[in-house]
Design a protein. Structure first.
Length: 261
């Protein structure tokens, strides 16, 4: 596999925070929750706070998610990740899956946001809390944290790989890709193209674009499998159909090489 094709795809940045404004949680007081939700959607943030804060303080998990969303986005209040984290955490500890999802995005914001590297301890605390809840996506993020390190916390690639292994065994396709990259590059583990192919293929078989791209790279360069440009093209096409930019570029280069022969 050529170095140019070994991008750091093990960075599991989940993207823009998705705060699930359409699904707050349990309808303990469904009418009030719906009124508060509609107030947020209409930009009536003061009204939303008046409705949702008492519900959240009374322990309603859905209202806690909504209030956390307001602080995370700065809707009618100063943007405050610590407050968002606190409300999401309260809801998550009651078993609210939307809160766990949003709480993981808080960790991502600490790790990869504008002040990345300045809140490593906070990020680790959030990840640790979610891991204690057996939230599988947090296993992958724990792997990223330790594999790369954060701020003054040094990289511990072996620990990172261990967490990715846990997530992969639970079926997380992103962790599978991360393991593929680790084995392909030999960072934190002995380089092993066959193992890299195994994990790329496991992710690809789940329909994950990055896994499909990885399989394509392995076939293109004959790493861990016989070189097969037709197979490489097939996997690149699958990934490109899902919008993978690297796969599209690889297809373009393959087609350009073919046209010059």
């Amino acid at each position: 596999m050529k170095p140019a094709n070994r991008e750091s795809s093990y960075i599991c940045v989940l993207g823009v925070m998705l705060l699930c404004l359409l699904a707050w949680g349990w309808p303990a007081r469904a009418g009030d929750l719906e009124t508060g939700r509609q107030a947020i959607m209409a930009g009536k943030y003061e009204q939303a706070l008046q409705i949702l804060q008492p519900l959240a303080e009374a322990g309603d998990a859905g209202a806690q998610v909504a209030l956390g969303a307001m602080f995370a986005q700065g809707f009618g209040v100063p943007r405050d990740l610590a407050q968002a984290r606190s409300w999401f955490s309260k809801s998550a500890r009651q078993g609210n899956e939307k809160a766990r999802f949003n709480l993981l995005h808080v960790a991502d914001e600490y790790l990869y946001g504008e002040e990345a590297g300045q809140h490593c301890a906070e990020a680790l605390a959030v990840i640790t809390e979610l891991v204690s809840m057996e939230y599988v996506s947090a296993y992958t993020t724990a792997g990223n944290f330790f594999y790369e390190g954060c701020g003054n916390i040094p990289a511990q690639p072996e620990d990172g790989i261990g967490w990715w292994g846990e997530a992969a065994e639970h079926g997380d396709p992103i962790a599978m890709v991360n393991l593929g990259v680790a084995y392909a590059t030999g960072v934190g583990v002995e380089q092993d193209y066959e193992q890299a192919m195994r994990w790329y293929r496991a992710s690809a078989d789940k329909g994950h674009a990055a896994g499909q791209y990885g399989v394509g790279v392995m076939y293109q360069y004959g790493d861990g499998v016989p070189r097969d440009l037709a197979e490489a093209r097939r996997w690149y096409e699958l990934a490109a159909a899902q919008g993978d930019v690297r796969a599209r570029e690889s297809l373009r280069l393959l087609n350009a090489e073919g046209s010059t022969r």
